[in-house]
Design a protein around this ligand. Structure first.
Ligand code: NAD
Length: 352
């Protein structure tokens, strides 16, 4: 039991159901909305059609232009659309990209949000917004970007391609793992983190085997919700810093980078967090870092930075960037050890 802690709850109404979309109209009404701007990514036009059909003439505008890493020019355009159409609610459906745009519009306009996550990114549960301006991603934390209502609809997640499901699920697990050793960790979030890791680690192999396994999809979406709560509640450490470095400076794909790095970052921290490793072993099995890499390999997810486009020549620079302006971490950051970690991750070697 930790000696003392601070716990801040982020208010949000969460509806979790196999077909939560059935409750969309009622939930929008609960927020007093009459004019809704509906947001998706360009690929999710079918989902856009479903939402506009469900909401009928209360849709005042649609914006299917959400993009990865929330570029500010797109956010400005979407916010202008919301103002011009006199929207009183943002309804966003999709992964972290659609939800990121929804948050950016809320920040600019003060509008409430109802979001429908279709990946396991967890962004819907956090007061965090990362926006990209002139190629630089900057992150801010503000209660203004926290969605008011979240509808988790299991049936929508059935369409999530298996490859995206695996990496998105590993991305979620990374939030919960780092929450366990966060400097500002607390017993509530640690309980959620262990529950979340167990649920997601059990669901991913089942989804890999049978993508439309309803029970596995339910478990994964439940795990994603809890992982998002972890990310939104406590600080992240070395693993997230390395992922932000490689995503921001080497344009590596977000969820894949998390998948490859997590076992290595955990192994790096292991000597400083024996109690957490013991807790993780209870959920994942002995040698949790190795188990996470096994999970990625067994579900066809990437296990090396090389296979997701990281040039070997960039590893020294990546280590330098990760060490400049670092996040707090339970084990002190040692340049040579971080570089060795990155080399192992680059080659897909075992975590140690
Ligand atoms: P994404 O939202 O870009 O989705 C990946 C692709 O999958 C997109 O093309 C999307 O159209 C498609 N897709 C999504 N759901 C689908 C479904 N059910 N069926 C079929 N296709 C589907 O990717 P992501 O990994 O969910 O989100 C990544 C973004 O979210 C990044 O910009 C990241 O920085 C951000 N993020 C933010 C937070 C936060 O707290 N602020 C947390 C996690 C991630």
């Amino acid at each position: 039991m930790m000696a003392g802690f601070t716990y801040t709850a982020h208010p949000a109404r969460v509806i979790f159901a196999d077909t939560a979309l059935d409750q969309l109209e009622a939930e929008a009404g609960r927020l007093g909305a009459r004019r809704m701007l509906v947001i998706t990514t360009p690929r999710q036009t079918g989902l856009m059609d479903t939402l506009t059909a469900a909401l009928g003439d209360r849709v005042c505008g649609t914006f299917a232009g959400a993009a990865m890493h929330t570029p500010v020019d797109i956010s400005d355009l979407a916010a202008d659309t919301a103002r011009t159409r006199k929207a009183d609610l943002v309804v966003a459906a999709g992964g972290g990209s659609a939800i990121g745009l929804s948050k950016a519009v809320a920040l600019r306009t003060g509008l409430p949000q109802l979001v429908i996550p279709t990946t396991y990114s967890g962004s819907e549960m956090t007061p965090i917004l990362g926006e990209t301006r002139n190629g630089q991603k900057q992150t801010q934390v503000s209660a203004k970007v926290l969605p008011q209502t979240v509808l988790y609809d299991v049936s929508l997640s059935l369409a999530l391609p298996v490859h995206v499901s695996m990496t998105s699920g590993m991305n979620a697990i990374a939030h919960a793992v780092e929450a366990l050793y966060a400097r500002d960790r607390n017993p509530v979030i640690s309980l959620l983190a262990l529950e979340a890791i167990g649920a997601m680690a059990a669901a991913l192999p089942a989804i890999h085997h049978t993508p439309d396994d309803g029970e596995a999809r339910r478990k994964a979406l439940y795990g994603a919700w809890l992982c998002g709560l972890c990310l939104g509640s406590v600080g992240m450490a070395l693993h997230h810093k390395l992922c932000h470095t490689l995503g921001g400076s080497f344009a590596l794909p977000h969820a894949e980078t998390h998948t490859v790095l997590l076992p290595h970052a955990l192994a790096y921290n292991a000597p400083a967090i024996p109690e957490v490793m013991h807790q993780l072993a209870g959920v994942l099995g002995s040698d949790p870092a190795r188990r996470l890499q096994d999970l990625a390999r067994a579900t066809g997810a990437p296990v090396s930075l090389a296979e997701i486009g990281m040039p070997e020549s960039g590893l020294q620079r990546a280590a330098d960037i990760a060490l400049s302006n670092p996040y707090w971490n339970p084990r002190p950051l040692e340049r040579e050890a971080i570089l060795a970690l990155l080399r192992r991750a680059h080659d897909g070697s075992l975590p140690q």
